[in-house]
Design a binder for this molecule. Structure first.
Ligand code: ATP
Length: 251
């Protein structure tokens, strides 16, 4: 069996007496788009925070590409290729789309605080920023101030900022939240485009999007993975129907 790119072993996170992550094991294979779904309060956000490095587990280990990253701070995980797309909070609203992307490229290449000795030149930074704008479907809006983008476009820009770190794995935390159907479709198209080149771990409430995008789905209930499989297996699984879709769906 091939080694998983991300491997969670026996992860436990407690909030006082509440066990939000309960001895959780999860393997995400390189190249896969793997979704985690589950009812409200199942522990999805808590889990993604532990993977990204914003929250320390009480027990268990997190391996990325075979290396134990459990104790690494967030920025060191990003350097190793594990990037999380934050929900809009990363965007400089008064900068253009292109400048936002250029700043992210520059931050990755380590030049932002070393003006006198740039590791990559201005034009290379902006070339890469333009390429990213095309990848995320915002090429026609490169000159638009981020604050003037529609909500869905801001989400696309967020993904672009994460991509600027050249991740080997992208963590997407409810990317479709608060979007209309047209905007969701744009993001589904973007994630579909990324699938070939980046391993994606997706947490998402929009079941249609999940079934469309993910080749593997894990279902989280009370901090435990109760089932993993492809869309068909998850749709058919009676435990999942009962726990996630409600008793009437299992009838
Ligand atoms: P949702 O889909 O509603 O966002 P979720 O699956 O992301 O939920 P979490 O937000 O991870 O679930 O919460 C898991 C459990 O841990 C819930 O019972 C929640 O109330 C609890 N919880 C989350 N954060 C904290 C905290 N900082 N302190 C105490 N309890 C918390």
């Amino acid at each position: 069996m091939t080694q998983a790119l991300l491997d969670l072993r026996g992860l436990v996170k407690r909030y006082g007496g509440l066990v939000a992550t309960d001895h959780l094991d999860l393997a995400v294979q390189a190249g896969h788009t793997h979704a985690i779904i589950g009812p409200n309060g199942a522990g999805k956000t808590t889990l993604i925070h532990q993977i990204a490095g914003g929250l320390q587990p009480n027990e268990g280990r997190i391996f990325f590409d075979g290396e134990d990253i459990t104790a690494l701070p967030m920025h060191r995980r990003v350097q190793r290729g594990l990037a999380r797309s934050y929900q809009i909070t990363n965007i400089f609203k008064s900068c253009s789309v292109l400048d936002n992307l250029a700043l992210a490229v520059q931050a990755r290449s380590g030049t932002s605080m070393r003006f006198w000795r740039p590791a990559i030149g201005d034009s290379a930074v902006f070339d890469e920023a333009r390429e990213l704008a095309a990848t995320i479907g915002l090429e026609p809006h490169v000159g638009t101030l981020a604050r003037n983008l529609a909500h869905g476009q801001q989400r696309q820009l967020e993904v672009g900022l994460a991509l600027a770190t050249r991740p080997r794995m992208l963590l997407l935390d409810e990317p479709m939240a608060g979007m209309g159907p047209g905007e969701s479709l744009q993001l589904v198209e973007l994630i579909t485009r990324l699938r070939g080149s980046t391993t994606i771990l997706l947490i998402e409430h929009d079941m249609e999007a999940v079934f469309q995008l993910a080749e593997r789905i894990s279902v989280l209930v009370f901090g435990r993975i109760i089932a993993s499989g492809d869309a068909e297996e998850i749709r058919r699984n009676p435990e999942v129907k009962k726990a996630y879709l409600g008793d009437e769906a299992a009838a």
